[in-house]
Write a protein that binds this ligand. Structure first.
Ligand SMILES: [Ca+2]
Ligand SMILES: [Ca+2]
Ligand SMILES: [Ca+2]
Length: 483
């Protein structure tokens, strides 16, 4: 093994971090507008179909390199299969609402652009990775493209087999470029839904320590949301909210959303069904939480713990817990297991495990609702999130005991009045102390005293909320490193 490849995981995020930092060194610079590059691979399950609707409404946030259909342990061509062209109705509906979406953000990609990049990957069987497919070629070409060195967030909403095939082609055809390609890869997997990560990607590419998140806490917004979302957040997923905000009168794209229809016990007509795969892209939305800078910082896609090498899994709230050496998936993920009958997990443990997801549920659902409005309403009749600007740096070094001022400016594109809240993300930061934030609801006069914990970091989140309909939240994370 080349010792130079064994770097600390944080160094892998240094490039992203420096890009972000440089944008913030200018006075009054807006929060990072850097658009992440992403590739989606999906097995077309009904919850992928729900995730796809939300995904398309966020395509203004990224450079979408590709949308690839893949197989999984649950779905393959001919087996509980949505069809090779399952995305086509979504793209056709997107084309209908696209002119209206542009009224709200000119960054939405054209339907033609998305259609050119929507292809079939390895779909013939669970874990099939022998055949070179249009999907595997798309992934390989994006990774080999020497004109663009930016990282690519490659998401597996199903199996990792098409991604594995792409990497295998690169290993076979361009072995001398493996390190360079690996440096561009960022993985976000929703479970390991076949064996190809363990059987091929880890043995052949593990030495490059590709930043890899494998999520199980996605269950918070998957089929079992009623077991996971706290009572006060359940209304955001119930039929009355879904019908009013998404399903009805929001155009042809949202009309395709496959919510419950009332034929399943325990779920009402219009109830949220499942978007187990959405955390894979929620993680990459540049909303000021800066989640892509490190998986343990947390954001709309959850928060993760470095378990081995550069692989990040869900933090399990049990000090005696041992993570499996192999796959992290439906059979052994802690959260999935905790929801099975007979589990010895406590309600408190389950609440803590899924909190990195559900703590954002209200804001995330309202943001979805605003974008549903964007499909049908003019700018003046829809809501848009506040915009936060920061004077100085969002990363500061402070002295122990120092009184630290917190200040920003905020505007609202709709002229809405705004409220402010500064809070410490204690689970995400390395400081042990819970700091007291004085005037925590003031945009410009908040402050806290840096704890006596040299070398540790305090993460402070500024939340700016508007009073629009639906109400929207913008964020800015500040990181204070104690000398
Ligand atoms: Ca899926
Ligand atoms: Ca607004
Ligand atoms: Ca802490």
């Amino acid at each position: 093994m080349d010792p130079n490849r064994r770097r600390s995981p944080r160094l892998f995020f240094a490039t992203l971090f420096l890009v972000s930092l440089s944008l913030h060194l200018q006075l009054w610079a807006a929060p990072s507008a850097d658009r992440p590059r992403i590739i989606v691979s999906s097995d077309g399950e009904i919850d992928d179909q729900c995730s796809m609707i939300r995904f398309l409404l966020y395509t203004n946030e990224w450079d979408v390199e590709g949308i690839v259909t893949s197989s999984s342990q649950y779905h393959w061509q001919g087996h509980r299969w949505a069809g090779d062209d399952w995305i086509e109705p979504n793209l056709a509906a997107y084309a209908e609402v696209y002119p209206n979406l542009l009224k709200h953000d000119s960054g939405y990609p054209s339907p033609e652009y998305l259609r050119e990049r929507t292809v079939l990957g390895n779909v013939k069987a669970e874990g099939e990775m022998e055949e070179v497919t249009a999907g595997s070629q798309l992934i390989a070409e994006a990774l080999l493209d020497e004109t663009d060195s930016r990282p690519i967030w490659i998401q597996a909403w199903g199996g990792t087999n098409t991604i594995a095939r792409a990497l295998k082609s690169i290993e076979e055809d361009h072995p001398h470029r493996m390190a360079e390609v690996a440096a561009k890869c960022r993985f976000f997997f929703i479970w390991e839904q076949d064996r190809t990560y363990q059987d091929y990607i880890r043995p052949h590419w593990g030495k490059f320590e590709i930043p890899t998140i494998i999520s199980d806490q996605f269950e918070a917004i998957a089929y079992r949301w009623k077991q996971v979302q706290p009572p006060h957040l359940q209304p955001y997923f119930e039929g009355s909210w879904m019908k009013q905000n998404i399903l009805e009168d929001h155009g042809p794209l949202c009309a395709l959303y496959a919510a419950h229809t009332g034929d399943k016990e325990g779920f009402a007509d219009g109830d949220f069904r499942s978007e187990g795969d959405s955390p894979a892209f929620l993680h990459t939305i540049v909303n000021g939480l800066r989640s892509i800078e490190s998986p343990d910082w947390g954001g709309w896609g959850g928060r993760y713990l470095r378990v081995r090498e550069n692989t990040w899994l869900d933090p399990v709230p049990d000090p005696g817990y041992t993570y499996p050496e192999g796959r992290w998936y439906g059979s052994n993920g802690w959260g999935r297991s905790s929801l099975r009958p007979g589990s010895t997990s406590t309600p408190e443990q389950r609440r803590e495990y899924f909190k990195p997801m559900w703590r954002w549920s209200a804001a995330m659902q309202n943001d979805f609702a605003a974008r549903a409005d964007w499909c049908v309403e003019d700018f003046a009749n829809a809501n848009h999130a506040p915009v936060i600007a920061v004077k100085g740096s969002i990363d500061q070094t402070v002295k122990p005991g120092q009184s630290v001022s917190l200040a920003a400016t905020a505007t609202d594109p709709d002229g809405d009045s705004l409220t402010y809240r500064w809070w410490q993300y204690t689970e995400a930061d390395s400081a042990e102390t819970s700091v007291l934030i004085e005037s925590s609801e003031s945009l410009t006069d908040a402050r806290f005293t840096a704890p006596h914990e040299p070398g540790k970091q305090v993460h402070i989140i500024l939340e700016v909320s508007d009073v629009g309909s639906p109400p929207l939240v913008s964020y800015q994370r500040f990181v204070f490193t104690i000398q």
